[in-house]
Design a protein around this ligand. Structure first.
Ligand code: GDG
Length: 457
């Protein structure tokens, strides 16, 4: 890598994701991780512009000004509804998060998903060159390799799934489960967040698509050989640590406020276990009145996918619970829950994490969960806070020194909150040091490097 001109002998990296990162996007860490590989190979990132148009052009639009080439496409409002809100986020997202009851299956969603993936493949073709390798991100684009192969592309194509892979029972709830495995069989490399997801993939492929595991990392699927591997994603740890340490007055504010703060930061998604977290807090305040006015809970939950019904429901449930708990316990100078349904600037987040005595990460299902890693990176190592982590977050597979809880059990979670509140400084330091080591070693640059080495050229 370096800052010079692209190396002409390097194989170009082509990244395709649903959204093209333009400006200050929330996928900041991913951009930083891929920037080097993209720049040094003269690579390209392709994705949706975020704009809908009645009659969008099929010529990708260039966005100069980054260290690599960025090419975007617009979607029609119908594509956005059927491919993005529909098949991706009303079928695949609930399915992969163990909530098939929240799926809204409609034939036009599958049509839209197939149509948009085929169109992306067509739009990509004029930009591909011999020697390129292609890295496809996430569940919006499962069929892309198959579409590219149909157009004659022989380049290495890899996929990385950011969310959990469903087991056989949930996969069986798809309208056509075998098709999912047919799409996946056209990749050279399938990357998963955790061993758990790789295991679920193997089991589902065996049961639903006659998949055959030929070796530890190789799968025979629809007559093709696919490599599979686990690559747990990380954050841009060094940058985040620096940002938190520089946050204005954070440590001083912490010692000035009487109440110890718990923090939660999640897109307001039903997979994140926010109501479960609120109920456990309610139980804690009922059981231990001594904690009144000594603990406070800040939940930042920016809106997401508001057009999908299930997201309107989770918003109502969360607001209702927060209101009820505040009504039950608030005093003139204490608000037990502050619930903020707006996005927060990134640098302020780092400072808030650092001030918080407890980081609450309690999803019911989650591919990895980067907030868990950000919380650890943001702590003052001398007087660190405690991470409370759901066993259903992918992060729990490696972050074993957190307080690991079952988010469905309010008692278990309330006990962990009380334990974190009275945990000795020495124990907090020990747990934090062990967690931080993992977050530093396995950062997002390690993740992309390891993946790209495995994909080869
Ligand atoms: C998917 C998978 C996997 C949140 N609120 C604000 C804000 N955020 C940032 C967080 C964090 C990111 O958004 C959320 O990442 P997560 O990993 O927690 O969750 P998903 O969005 O569901 O991401 C997940 C991830 O992909 C990567 O593979 O870990 O399992 O579901 O960075 O800090 N950022 C700002 N303001 C906010 O209000 N600036």
């Amino acid at each position: 890598s370096g800052t010079g001109a692209p190396d002409p002998s390097a194989s170009r990296l082509i990244v395709v994701s649903n959204r093209l990162p333009l400006g200050d996007s929330p996928s900041g860490g991913l951009v930083v991780a891929l920037e080097d590989a993209l720049r040094s190979s003269g690579g390209v990132w392709v994705g949706f512009s975020g704009q809908t148009e009645e009659d969008p052009s099929d010529d990708l639009e260039d966005h100069p000004g980054a260290a690599f080439q960025r090419l975007s496409f617009d979607l029609t409002p119908q594509d956005h509804e059927e491919y993005y809100l529909g098949y991706s986020n009303s079928i695949l997202w609930p399915l992969c998060h163990g909530r098939p009851n929240l799926m809204r299956i409609k034939p036009e969603y599958l049509d839209g998903y197939a149509r948009v993936n085929a169109r992306i493949a067509r739009m990509l073709m004029p930009h591909l060159r011999p020697g390129d390798r292609i890295w496809v991100q996430d569940y919006h684009l499962f069929p892309l390799a198959k579409e590219l192969r149909a157009l004659g592309v022989t380049a290495p194509i890899g996929h990385f799934l950011h969310i959990p892979f469903p087991g056989p029972a949930d996969c069986g709830a798809l309208p056509n489960p075998a098709e999912l495995f047919d799409w996946l069989s056209h990749y050279d490399l399938l990357g998963f967040q955790t061993e758990r997801d790789l295991g679920a993939f193997a089991e589902s492929a065996r049961q639903l698509a006659d998949g055959d595991q030929v070796s530890e990392q190789e799968f025979q699927l629809s007559g093709r050989q696919v490599r599979t591997q686990v690559f747990p994603i990380g954050i841009d740890t060094a940058a985040f640590m620096a940002e938190a340490a520089e946050a204005p007055d954070s440590d001083r504010m912490r010692s000035l406020t009487r109440a110890q703060m718990m923090i939660g930061v999640d897109r307001l998604d039903y997979s994140k276990g926010i109501p479960q977290r609120f109920r456990a807090y309610q139980l804690l305040l009922e059981k231990i009145p001594d904690l009144h006015e000594k603990i406070s809970f800040l939940q930042i939950a920016p809106p997401t996918r508001g057009e999908v019904d299930a997201y309107q429901d989770i918003r109502e449930e969360t607001e209702h619970l927060a209101g009820r708990i505040n009504g039950q316990f608030a005093t003139l100078n204490w608000t037990p829950i502050r619930f903020i349904h707006r996005p927060f600037p990134r640098n302020e987040l780092a400072g808030l994490y650092r001030q918080a005595r407890i980081g609450l990460v309690t999803p019911l299902a989650d591919g990895m969960n980067l907030v868990a890693k950000e919380y650890v990176a943001a702590q003052n190592a001398d007087d660190p806070g405690v991470l409370i982590l759901s066993r259903f977050a992918g992060a729990a597979e490696t972050m074993t020194e957190a307080l690991i809880i079952n988010p469905h059990d309010p008692h278990d979670l309330a006990v962990a909150m009380a334990q974190a509140m009275r945990m000795s400084r020495l124990e907090r330091q020990d747990r934090h040091a062990a967690l931080l080591e993992g977050v530093v070693t396995h950062d997002v640059a390690w993740w992309s490097r390891t993946y790209l080495e495995a994909l080869g050229s």
